[in-house]
Design a protein around this ligand. Structure first.
Ligand code: HAM
Length: 419
């Protein structure tokens, strides 16, 4: 009978040992930058109640209407989380995090799930890092979030990005704008794409995000939201721009920037890279002043961003950025014969307890094969143990880089390697 074959679900990939180094390096950078900005990590489950995501992200968005990995368990309906802002908002409300006082500055790293059509830079399981400031209305919070996002790309060495910003208004400005947009698009609907006709009924703002060629001439001349902002929203947006200028963070205003999630109010932004192809957004975010209420909390203004880690790595590849520092193994014990193997098994823990990374052969390979293995593992030192060494209590310590060796007792070796 043929052996069964198994593979990952389409659009989901294994991160294999040879690639894991860059993930760990990026995660280190994210933790370090978040610490500098005084953000605390939060980890939420990868599944959430469907209703939370539907209310939070928006019933009419592509994410909720087409891309959910949904399932039932008893009477409960769950989805694999497509993003982490609604889950963080839920955790904030559920655990009364406001009682900790001040604003909650939170960040996360983890897998998200969207059943999109996979292509370069677009997967069904992908990874985001993101941050949220919950409880601050001040434009300084918007700018702090943007600065944290930018500082991570700076540390990685990706600098040829463009930051696009917009204000998507508050509900009052959006109502007036939606009406103006509908009045504007209505006479052209026959010439526009099916998807835009559908969005016209359900969510006219999303027409502005259409990539369909036939829609472009109409989008180009569409009214802009910034003409419909209330005085207060306009003042907030002006202050965000002022602060970005003061901090010398370059940005472009894009009055047609609308995001694929419905919770945004006022500031919206995206970080675009020319190295990504069609899926050109490294990250994005904005303000979501009504979300906490939407998921059952008190009115609490908030702002945040999230960024795709796979897309960051694509940009790194294009720019020849290598995040991985060479991994070295401190010691490899090469053994000849059973007694030597026993010695090795006894002494490995002593090396590790002393803080060294150490390994040996477990499958009885020849000395030559063990030396090759030590090389492959990038060992700094090799301890060679055979019958003679055991009899004399002195072992050959070989410095692999310098190709030098000498004989020492185990204590002398330990001393040499730890000082
Ligand atoms: P988003 O724009 O949907 O925002 O996703 C943020 C980033 O995640 C995107 O810019 C992209 O880099 C990455 N991403 C999204 N979908 C995929 C995919 N299918 N494959 C690979 N990468 C992907 C949010 O998720 C919001 N929660 C951001 C936010 C936080 N807003 C406020 N706070």
């Amino acid at each position: 009978m043929a052996q069964p074959t198994f593979s990952t679900h389409v659009g989901m990939v294994d991160i294999l040992p040879d690639e894991v180094g860059k993930w760990q390096a990026l995660e280190r950078i994210i933790h370090e930058e978040a610490k500098k900005f005084n953000f605390e990590e939060i980890r939420t489950p990868i599944m959430e109640q469907t209703e939370l995501i539907a209310r939070g992200v928006g019933q009419l968005t592509d994410i909720v209407s087409k891309e959910m990995f949904a399932f039932e368990r008893g009477d409960d309906q769950y989805v694999l989380r497509p993003e982490c802002t609604a889950p963080v908002a839920r955790a904030f409300v559920e655990h009364h995090l406001e009682q900790r006082g001040g604003t909650q500055n939170l960040y996360y790293i983890g897998p998200m799930f969207r059943a999109e059509k996979p292509q370069k830079g677009r997967q069904r399981q992908f990874h985001q890092f993101g941050a949220e400031i919950i409880g601050a209305d001040d434009p300084a919070a918007d700018v702090d979030i943007i600065t944290l996002m930018m500082s991570i790309y700076d540390r990685v060495g990706i600098s040829n990005t463009s930051l696009k910003i917009n204000s998507v208004g508050d509900p009052a400005s959006r109502k007036a704008y939606t009406k103006a947009l509908k009045d504007y698009f209505r006479p052209h609907l026959d010439e526009m794409s099916d998807i835009s006709r559908e969005r016209f009924e359900k969510n006219p703002l999303r027409i502005l995000d259409s990539k369909e060629e036939e829609d472009q001439p109409f989008i180009e001349n569409a009214p802009v939201i910034t003409d419909f902002l209330t005085e207060e929203t306009e003042a907030h947006y002006a202050r965000v721009k002022e602060l970005l200028k003061e901090l010398e963070i370059p940005f472009e205003e894009d009055p047609y920037l609308v995001r694929g999630l419905d919770y945004y109010t006022r500031t919206a932004f995206e970080l675009i890279s020319p190295d990504l192809g069609a899926q050109d957004a490294l990250g994005g975010g904005g303000r979501y002043d009504l979300l906490i209420e939407e998921v059952g909390g008190q009115h609490t203004p908030a702002v945040g961003f999230a960024a795709g880690m796979e897309r960051l790595f694509i940009a790194c590849d294009e720019l020849d950025i290598n995040l991985v520092e060479e991994e070295m193994l401190d010691v490899y014990i090469v053994t000849l014969g059973d007694e030597a193997r026993k010695w090795g098994i006894n002494h490995l823990p002593k090396l590790r307890k002393a803080g060294l990374s150490a390994s040996m052969d477990y499958i009885g390979r020849s000395i030559k094969a063990q030396m090759k293995d030590a090389d492959r593992e990038n060992a700094r030192h090799v301890i060679i143990v055979g019958g003679n060494e055991l009899a004399e209590g002195k072992f050959t310590l070989r410095n692999m880089k310098a190709s030098e060796e000498d004989s020492y007792s185990f204590d002398e070796i330990l001393n040499k390697l730890t000082n």
